[in-house]
Every structure is written in structure tokens, then in C-alpha cells.
Design a protein around this ligand. Structure first.
Ligand SMILES: CCC/C=C/C(=O)SCCNC(=O)CCNC(=O)[C@H](O)C(C)(C)COP(=O)([O-])OP(=O)([O-])OC[C@H]1O[C@@H](n2cnc3c(N)ncnc32)[C@H](O)[C@@H]1OP(=O)([O-])[O-]
Length: 296
């Protein structure tokens, strides 16, 4: 069975994420707040406010594995179909690491069919988030490299915790790989061409102060206020009539989305042939070993 089907089967029968079966929160949240759990994603929905907080919980580093991408996609699809939800805040369940980005083990030592399946899932999640009708906010409560940064850039606004360890950026070149055109476009749409060119070529990871200065995030706040600030900013976005906000968002993002839709298959082929190169596999293995050595 394909992975998406397997994860769907895992989530759907009797799942606490099923349709309107989000359960009432045992504690916390406003009156009527509901909680739902999949293996790697926790959803706390507050129907009265029209907001759901989606929390990543894929230890140890919230990396975007194929399973994580799929579960997150399914959660978002359910929330989009839930009429009580108009806005979503993305955050990490535990502070420290928002997301370490794409799971490097999905890109190392596998076969081309796996690379293609993985890349298609990355594209799908980006398309779902970047075109979402929901107002999306990122409450960035941890370090946020590469694919983690991309997730936050798909949101309508970003709130980052004021901790110098929590750097954010598309650092792919530092690993010896490079961000594809739609990662680049998403950043250009946020901070402009020149700042993106510099950030991408140098693989910059910005400190909170630098990220604020370049416009990569909208606000830097004390660590314990990240989620509350993201929710309060969300209420400003939800004060605008949905149809007007959604049409404006589509107008701003359509050209970028269309580029990927038009070149989707070629983008998968490019990724597969690039990542399969012996030289790239070697570079990624060395990088992964370095990360692992720290702990052994
Ligand atoms: C063209 C493609 C575009 C690419 C886009 C991307 O997103 S590329 C991605 C670019 N991403 C990056 O460059 C970020 C790389 N990661 C980091 O810099 C750090 O892990 C950290 C700062 C996120 C957390 O530091 P910390 O000291 O709290 O934690 P720690 O470092 O001790 O790691 C704990 C365990 O997690 C493991 N692991 C970590 N990351 C990944 C991963 N992405 N995947 C898989 N595994 C990963 C690590 O090996 C270790 O395993 P072990 O020893 O238990 O077997």
C-alpha cells in the first residue's frame, strides 16, 4: 500500500482526528476547546475563536519525514474541511526545535522511486499550505532551518521566540545541496530578491534580531509569549471578511503556485537525479554522520 494510503488508514478508522470527532480538551484552551492527536501532530482547536493550533511532535527534531509530511497534510485537509476553523497556527509541541527541516534519512541511501515519492509529498504539503484558504500563522518556538523555514514562510505571518539559539533560514547550500526554485520564490515573496540571493547563496541562518531586520519574521517576542502573540495576531487576520482576505491571498500567491504546478513533474525528476548523484549522496552522508557523532 502506498504510504499516503497507509497513513490515511491509520488515521481514519476511529481516529480522534476524524471529521467532527475532535474531543473536548481535558484541560487548557478556551471553553469548548477540542484536542486531537495523530502520531506526529497534535491539534488544539478552539471553535469559538475559529482557530486551530497544529503542533509538531515528531521527536527528536520534528524532521519532515514522509510520514510526518503525510500526517501533517491529512490534518490540514481535515481542518480545511472543518467549518468551525478559519485560521491555523503552526508550532512545535515542545519548544527548542520548530523543525529541523526535511528528514535527511529520506534523501540518503534510498532508491529513485523513494526519492520521487518523498519529493512529491514535499511539493504537496507546500501546495496545500501556500494555497490555503485559512489564515496561517507560525509560532516559531525553536530553531528553524531549511524545510522548517519553508513551512513558516508559507504562513501569512511569523512570530519568532527571542532566543539566539533559534536561528531561521534556508541553509541548504551549507549542506552542499540547494533550495529548489519554489523554496526560493517563497522566500523572495517574503524578503525580496537581493536579500534572498544573499541568504540562499550563503545558506544563512538568521538570529532572531537579524531575521526581524531582514523581514523574515514579523515579530520577535519573549519565548513564553510566542503562541499567545500568534493567536492575538490571528484575531486581526480573522477580523477581515474571509472572502476578501482569501481572494487577496490568491492574487498575491497564484503566479508562484502556478510555476510549480506547471513544472511539477520536471521538478521531481530534477530532484531525483540531483539527489541520486554519488557526490551528493556522499556529502549528505558526511553531514548526517557529523550530526550523529555529536551524540555518540
Ligand atoms: C533539495 C532539498 C532541500 C532540502 C531541504 C532540507 O530541509 S535539508 C535539512 C536541513 N536541516 C538541517 O541542516 C538541520 C540539521 N540538524 C541540526 O542542525 C540539529 O539537529 C538541530 C539544530 C536541528 C537540533 O540540534 P540538537 O543538538 O538538539 O539535536 P541533534 O543535532 O543531536 O540531532 C538529534 C538527532 O536527530 C537527527 N537529525 C537532526 N536533523 C535531522 C534531519 N534534518 N533529518 C534527519 N535526522 C536529523 C540527528 O542525526 C540526531 O540523530 P541521532 O544522533 O539521535 O541518531
Amino acid at each position: 500500500m502506498a504510504l499516503v494510503a497507509r497513513v490515511r488508514a491509520l488515521l481514519l478508522p476511529g481516529s480522534r482526528l476524524r471529521g467532527a470527532t475532535l474531543g473536548r480538551a481535558a484541560n487548557g484552551g478556551g471553553a469548548g476547546a477540542r484536542r486531537a492527536l495523530s502520531h506526529r501532530v497534535l491539534v488544539e482547536a478552539d471553535p469559538a475563536a475559529g482557530v486551530a493550533v497544529v503542533k509538531f511532535r515528531n521527536p527528536p527534531v520534528n524532521s519532515l519525514s514522509l510520514e510526518m509530511l503525510t500526517e501533517l497534510g491529512i490534518c490540514l485537509e481535515k481542518l480545511e474541511n472543518d467549518k468551525t476553523v478559519r485560521g491555523i497556527v503552526l508550532t512545535a509541541d515542545r519548544p527548542g526545535i520548530f523543525s529541523a527541516g526535511l528528514d535527511l534519512t529520506e534523501m540518503c541511501g534510498r532508491n529513485p522511486a523513494h526519492y520521487a515519492e518523498f519529493w512529491k509529498a514535499v511539493q504537496e504539503l507546500w501546495l496545500r499550505l501556500y494555497q490555503s484558504n485559512m489564515a496561517l500563522g507560525a509560532a516559531i518556538n525553536g530553531t528553524c532551518p531549511a524545510g522548517g523555514c519553508l513551512l513558516s514562510l508559507t504562513c501569512d505571518y511569523r512570530i519568532l521566540a527571542d532566543n539566539p539559539k533559534y536561528t531561521i533560514g534556508l541553509n541548504e547550500t551549507q549542506l552542499g545541496i540547494f533550495a529548489p526554485f519554489w523554496f526560493k520564490d517563497t522566500m523572495v515573496n517574503t524578503i525580496g530578491h537581493r536579500a534572498t540571493e544573499r541568504a540562499l547563496q550563503l545558506g544563512l541562518l538568521f538570529t532572531p534580531a537579524e531575521a526581524l531586520q531582514v523581514g523574515l519574521v514579523d515579530q520577535v517576542v519573549p519565548e513564553d509569549q510566542v503562541q499567545s502573540t500568534a493567536l492575538s495576531v490571528m484575531s486581526q487576520w480573522l477580523a477581515i471578511p474571509d472572502h476578501a482576505r482569501q481572494l487577496t491571498k490568491t492574487m498575491m500567491r497564484k503566479a508562484t503556485v502556478d510555476q510549480l504546478l506547471k513544472h511539477r513533474e520536471a521538478d521531481i525528476q530534477n530532484f531525483v537525479s540531483f539527489i541520486s548523484r554519488d557526490s551528493i549522496q556522499k556529502v549528505l552522508q558526511v553531514y548526517l554522520q557529523k550530526l550523529r557523532k555529536k551524540n555518540h
